[in-house]
Design a protein around this ligand. Structure first.
Ligand SMILES: [Zn+2]
Ligand SMILES: [Zn+2]
Length: 371
């Protein structure tokens, strides 16, 4: 593909050009290169398409803003559908030539691609770990089921437009300049609905809430986006539908934190278990897990249970369960326990409160009564 030219350069306007300047610049080019004036001239046709695309973007504030910030790349996912003779050509011509040619009124029955929609889906950590078949309710504009999108009342006929004889186009001459225009009578359909469908008032589209199912893959995280092609709003007059984007939001879990594919939790061990080592049970997300505490474990040590975290997306392995160790100090000791601990402290040469409290260990020869 050819390198795309800058839209401002194509229309030969400054980057800060206002709506009016852009419109005038496009009108000039459109008249010069319009295929009706240049039959069989491929170069003129390309120039016409190029200018139309540039105008289509620069006349739409959101698109212009995207383009200003990100260039052509900014428009790639904006749902724009440029085929040169893009979806909004009639709209553009109504806008640009409406005054010049005496006004045709914007066509309402022009094919127009349906809008893409975004749905934010909350899922739990458990659902992300096990995967899920999700059902979502999506309010959207759909093709009218009563008339199957035709807009015509059931049993009534759609007849050929008498003004354009089914061509959908009429020619208009303004001085030297002849242009084919969408037929205003049938709005380019070439056909006329005698009696409009009552469900959709002849529009062919209705509001509905669609129930859509999709698989939530194991391991997805907040911000993950599913694109469901064609599940957006229906297009008008036979145009394709938009897409549906389902964006994942994993709600915080009360017991586990997620760090990439690891799950983080904490577990309490007694200071004896921490010192001597031992085996404890830890609550994993799917039930109890066994964790070996090595001798000499310190407060805050992180121990791992392999493969008990969050599955990697589309892989057969998981992250780890990371257990942060909290060493508990025993409270409410009875006399025997206190005695044993004092013995232990004596062995280690450590100071401690005596049984009566308020005195420092006499072993160190300290008789301070205040603390
Ligand atoms: Zn209908
Ligand atoms: Zn017509």
């Amino acid at each position: 593909m050819m390198q795309k030219r800058d839209y401002y350069e194509i229309l030969a306007v400054n980057r800060d050009a206002d709506e009016d300047e852009i419109k005038k610049a496009y009108r000039k080019l459109a008249i010069q290169y319009h295929p009706d004036k240049n039959p069989g001239n491929k170069e003129a046709e390309n120039k016409f398409k190029e200018a139309t695309e540039a105008y289509e973007v620069l006349r739409t504030p959101e698109k212009r803003q995207l383009y200003n910030r990100f260039g052509h790349a900014g428009l790639e996912n904006s749902g724009s559908d440029f085929g040169g003779f893009g979806v909004n050509l009639d709209d553009i011509f109504g806008d640009v030539f409406g005054d010049l040619l005496g006004g045709f009124g914007a066509s309402q029955r022009t094919p127009k691609r349906g809008r893409s929609l975004q749905y934010n889906l909350e899922v739990t950590l458990e659902e992300v770990i096990h995967g899920k078949r999700a059902k979502i309710q999506v309010p959207r504009i759909e093709s009218c089921p009563t008339c199957e999108g035709s807009g015509a009342k059931h049993g009534t006929r759609v007849v050929t437009c008498p003004q354009c004889h089914g061509r959908g186009q009429v020619s208009q001459t303004q001085g030297f300049f002849t242009m084919s225009r969408t037929c205003p009578h049938c709005r380019g359909e070439g056909e006329i609905i005698q009696e409009p469908c009552s469900s959709c008032a002849g529009k062919g589209l209705v509001r509905n809430t669609a129930e859509i199912e999709l698989n939530i893959d194991k391991g997805v995280d907040t911000g993950f986006k599913y694109q469901l092609r064609g599940e957006g709003e229906s297009g008008a007059n036979g145009a394709p539908p938009g897409d549906l984007y389902v964006v994942i939001n994993v709600v915080p879990h009360e017991r586990f934190q997620r760090n990439q594919n690891d799950l983080i939790t904490s577990a309490k061990v007694s200071f004896v278990q921490a010192a001597l080592g031992g085996r404890i049970k830890v609550d994993g997300i799917d039930g109890p897990e066994v964790l070996d505490i090595p001798p000499g474990t310190q407060y805050g040590t992180q121990l791992r249970i392999a493969n008990k975290g969050v599955p990697h997306y589309r892989r057969s392995y998981s992250g780890d369960l990371v257990v942060v160790i909290e060493v508990e100090t025993p409270k409410n000791l009875n006399a025997t326990e206190r005695e044993k601990l004092a013995e232990f402290a004596n062995l280690r040469g450590e100071s401690y409160h005596s049984e009566q409290g308020g005195f420092w260990d006499k072993l160190l020869g300290r008789n301070d009564e205040d603390e």
